[in-house]
Design a protein around this ligand. Structure first.
Ligand code: C5P
Length: 236
């Protein structure tokens, strides 16, 4: 069933989905790989669309798949689909340029985090609404982390207590994200990195185990296992 977005919502969600997914092995672009019989992107968009504050969704698709992605998502939710770019950052910039007037909170969410519950979308948006300029969902780091040299010799041990693993969706005041992308020089792997370079204070909210990034074959197998218990709208 097509989810109805909220015309009075204050949140636009950008979903970069143009990556090749080389680390998943040979096959379709990553966002179109199947999980429980449906593409990862379908799962991700369904959950974003279930968040009550969401006014609009813009997907950056692989350039050759724009029409196919529009068709794929039409029964899921009303989305705008634009061609992505050569890097994640270029794909986010393309999606950002297509956000309609209105929403003042912009979330950037990886299609690869297909099982992210709507509750996490809402909690990130709520933190921006409450006054933060930039918000990231994080989890504590459970492994001990070592810094190593190029030839794999340990240089030191990093204090784990001060580290966080960062997820998406990342949330921003619209003007903050727009300015950070306009000023961007080198591609970074997340949007918070861009706004940090602008001197913006980035705050953390609790992430969700379900927001794992599906990158390698093991992650896909884990997501298959989790699919039955993964909430769409409920608690993160
Ligand atoms: O590259 P990585 O695996 O970190 O990708 C994170 C997200 O960015 C994925 O959803 C992927 O589809 C997207 N991406 C994109 N355009 C690219 C590269 C990655 O939209 N050129």
């Amino acid at each position: 069933m097509t989810a109805q977005l909220n015309p009075r919502g204050d949140v636009a969600v950008l979903v970069p989905a143009a990556g090749a997914g080389v680390r998943l092995g040979p096959g379709a672009p990553k966002a179109l790989r199947r999980l429980g019989g449906e593409p990862l992107l379908t799962h991700a968009v369904r959950r974003v669309a279930a968040a009550p504050s969401v006014h609009s969704i813009v997907v950056a698709a692989p350039a050759t798949e724009v029409a196919a992605v529009r068709e794929l998502l039409a029964p899921v939710a009303e989305v705008t689909v634009v061609p992505g770019g050569a890097t994640r950052q270029a794909s986010v910039a393309a999606a950002l340029a297509a956000v309609p007037a209105g929403p003042e909170i912009i979330l950037v969410h990886d299609a690869a985090r297909a099982l992210t519950p709507a509750a996490l979308v809402e909690s990130v948006a709520a933190a921006v609404r409450a006054g933060a300029e930039a918000v990231i969902p994080v989890l504590p780091v459970v492994d001990t982390i070592k810094e190593v040299s190029a030839d794999e010799v340990v240089l030191g041990t990093v204090d784990r207590a001060a580290l966080r693993a960062v997820q998406t969706p990342q949330g921003f005041r619209r003007a903050v994200l727009t300015a950070a992308h306009a000023a961007a020089v080198d591609p970074l792997t997340d949007d918070a990195g861009l706004v940090e370079k602008q001197g913006v204070r980035v705050v953390c909210v609790p992430g969700s185990e379900y927001a794992l990034k599906i990158t390698r074959p093991f992650d896909l197998a884990l997501a298959e296992y989790l699919l039955g218990s993964a909430p769409v709208a409920g608690q993160s």
